[in-house]
Ligand binder design. Structure first.
Ligand code: FMN
Length: 322
């Protein structure tokens, strides 16, 4: 039995409103990772980041903030900020594959410069005022790059090393390198968390059986596509159509309130949730295409009603979640 289940951070989706509503309706994870914020060089917190880090908005939930930067002084500053806000761990994003981010040497882009990463860790781990965890990929081009990276990680007391076993060039598609993950798990001196492509109870159980020494499993898209995934994992029932409808309607209303009545913005957020959730409905592709083209909140509401009225619910999500 794995000690802990973490909800992965998905920028634009698993933010404060989503976390609260998902937790109230389904839940079953131990911790939620907050999508990253990037410290500014002037060391001024942006209002939208402060809003996201406001713990009173997700009272009762265990949250881990994530920071993306390549400068140790900025990371140390961010750690002090999140410590003052009451958090007990700070996570470093070394996984974001976006071209603009990686091009600036941040996120997974930092993995291309192991020597600089080492200097960064030297400074961070000698001064950090909170435990630091890391979320990483295997490298930029190929999984073999991870040998050198793990050598570096092993030199520091990383609170937990979450590994998404893909390289930057793969984004979120294609093979997860399970052999490379197995090697990393054996060779890591720090606790390891696995992340990537787990979306059914059977897949999670099979993973746990194969890798009983992982400290935690992190799940993202799978828990959006099937919001009851963790509940089922803990022996609970699958989501019913009524429950899912109550979940999406509450979420839509919560977004509308968050955006101060701007239904178009709320509908935009909902489309990003439906991008994954539609896979739980048989024959959802046709409506998903319409949802993606849609710009009008009224039409969004009608399309959502059509899904619940017409499409059969599946036992678990089908098709690739990309
Ligand atoms: C739209 C989107 C946004 C993401 N935002 C973040 C982020 O802010 N921080 C991060 O570490 N990973 C981010 N990720 C990666 C996820 O946390 C996770 O590693 C990835 O989805 C693979 O896990 P899964 O197959 O369980 O979803 C994002 C992924 C997607 C698709």
């Amino acid at each position: 039995m794995i000690a802990r289940y973490d909800f992965a951070p998905l920028d634009g989706i698993t933010k404060t409103v989503f976390r609260q509503v998902w937790n109230d309706h389904f839940g079953g994870v131990d911790r939620y990772f907050i999508p990253f914020f990037s410290p500014t060089s002037e060391h001024v917190m942006m209002n939208r980041d402060l809003k996201e880090l406001d713990r009173s908005r997700n009272a009762g939930l265990t949250l881990v903030p994530q920071v993306m930067t390549k400068r140790a002084e900025d990371f140390l500053w961010a750690i002090d900020i999140v410590k003052d806000l009451g958090f007990t761990e700070a996570n470093l994003n070394l996984g974001c594959p976006s071209g603009t981010v990686a091009g600036k040497g941040k996120g997974s882009g930092f993995l291309a410069r192991p020597d600089d990463l080492e200097k960064f860790f030297d400074e961070v781990f000698s001064k950090a005022s909170l435990p630091v965890s890391v979320k990483t990929r295997l490298g930029i081009h190929e999984s073999e790059e991870f040998e050198r990276l793990l050598e570096i990680y092993n030199r520091y007391p990383i609170h937990c090393l979450t590994i998404h076993p893909r390289v930057q060039k793969q984004f979120y598609k294609g093979e997860v390198h399970m052999e490379a993950f197995a090697k990393a798990l054996t060779a890591s001196k720090n606790p390891v968390c696995y992340n990537g492509d787990l979306r059914t109870v059977e897949e999670i159980r099979a993973f746990e059986e194969k890798f009983p020494t992982v400290e935690a499993v992190m799940i993202g898209r799978g828990a959006i596509a099937d919001p009851a995934l963790l509940r089922k994992l803990h022996g609970g029932k699958a989501a019913t159509r009524e429950e899912l409808q109550a979940f999406t309607q509450t979420l839509y209303h919560a977004y509308t309130e968050f955006y101060e009545g701007q239904a178009a913005q709320a509908a935009q957020r909902m489309k990003e949730v439906w991008f994954y959730l539609i896979h739980l409905f048989e024959g959802g592709e046709r409506i998903d295409r319409k949802l993606r083209r849609n710009r009008n909140p009224r039409e969004y509401e009608q399309l959502e009603a059509t899904i619940f009225r017409e499409l059969p619910l599946l036992e678990h999500p089908e098709g690739e979640l990309v």
